[in-house]
Design a protein around this ligand. Sequence first.
Ligand SMILES: [Zn+2]
Length: 237
Amino acid sequence: MAVQRLEDVRRDLVKANRILSHEGILDAFGHVSARHPERTDRFLLSWARAPELIEEADLMEFALDGTALDDPRPAYLERFIHGAIYAERPDVMAVCHNHTLSILPFSISKSVRLRPVIHTAAVLGGEVPVWNIADEFGDHTNLLVVNMEQGRSLARTLGSGRIALMRGHGSVVVGADLPQVVSACVNMDKNARVQLQALQLGEFIPLSAGEIDRPQVPPGAAPMPDRAWEYWSRRAG
Ligand SMILES: [Zn+2]
């Protein structure tokens, strides 16, 4: 994939914040970031502002250890989520941390895992792993990721996947660009709602391994995230 220009990534990051707010994935909290396209040891993330209000001037640059580069503005407490994942996963160019309500039941259930049940949610890749902060950091945390050690622990649970849930807290969604991450967030939310409803009916049929692995778009067709990205951008104004 061609390297994107910094100005395009910055513009897309503002759009991604607006879209994810408009689609109900982010509210006053949660955040989305992009890796710096020219300096892969840095990432772009707003200062600690509600996503819907973010403009280009709000974007800050961070080193992968979560240190802000020459910018005194207050940073999100949980920026370590982004830095740790970019450090562990060279393929990841964008990260969203959200507290989407629909997925939270799956983050605390002892018996049911979030898994793809609708055709647009193959990106979930099978049973979505749940990171339980108490496993490594005990039962006296506030469940937030507030340092690199916790960020790296979360990144290990994510592994090579696209999504991990965080027990009693939210999720992290990654991708090769911002449209991929936005698309995965929206489809994760839809899938979670459908799966929850299906559970009330009883047994349900998840996507098979073959349906998960199958390319979503036939060769030669326009990639789905592009079409959806235009639609979401328009909806978000
Ligand atoms: Zn959080």
